[in-house]
Design a protein. Structure first.
Length: 160
């Protein structure tokens, strides 16, 4: 949803030109015994959260058993890397060319937060966006992150 609102972040750079994509193909970095593979959830912008979640689980399972096809690992327009599942709180990923950006997702950590004027225990997460500045500058990237933050903090808005 955030990529649809900020199409520049869903762009690609090819030698001397930028391409804005009308579709969202999300690459999902998966750690395997031999390193890293990136299966691609194609047309994620046309799928529900449930469908995307099921696709990611399927790809991750098949990645670990080396049953992904080459076609399932091609064509991403944006990539997400999650080392949070390994307890890593913050990191920066390397952009998968020709994509313009990659999102690094850290671990969810409980810490004191202010909610309605009270200090309570809250879940926090660090997201890092690496951008190719030929296509996505810092201001554009920050607007994307603001939108993403709003969606994560108010997930019901993703269901409407």
């Amino acid at each position: 949803m955030a990529l649809r609102q900020h199409p520049q972040v869903n762009s690609q750079w090819f030698d001397d030109r930028m391409q804005l994509n009308n579709h969202v193909h999300i690459g999902v970095a998966v750690a395997v015994e031999d390193g890293l593979v990136v299966p691609v959830v194609k047309f994620a912008n046309e799928q529900s959260l449930t469908q995307i979640g099921a696709a990611v689980r399927d790809y991750a399972g098949r990645a670990k058993t080396k049953k992904l096809t080459p076609e399932e690992m091609q064509g991403s327009t944006f990539t997400i890397s999650n080392l949070g599942m390994f307890g890593i709180e913050s990191f920066t990923s390397i952009i998968n060319q020709p994509n313009s950006a990659i999102l690094s997702v850290g671990a969810i950590v409980q810490k004191p937060v202010v909610k309605n004027g009270e200090i309570v225990v809250g879940n926090t997460i660090k997201l890092t966006l690496a951008c190719d500045h030929r296509t996505v500058d810092g201001a554009t990237g920050s607007l994307f992150l603001q939108t993403l933050k709003g969606l994560i903090e108010n997930p019901v808005t993703m269901l409407v």
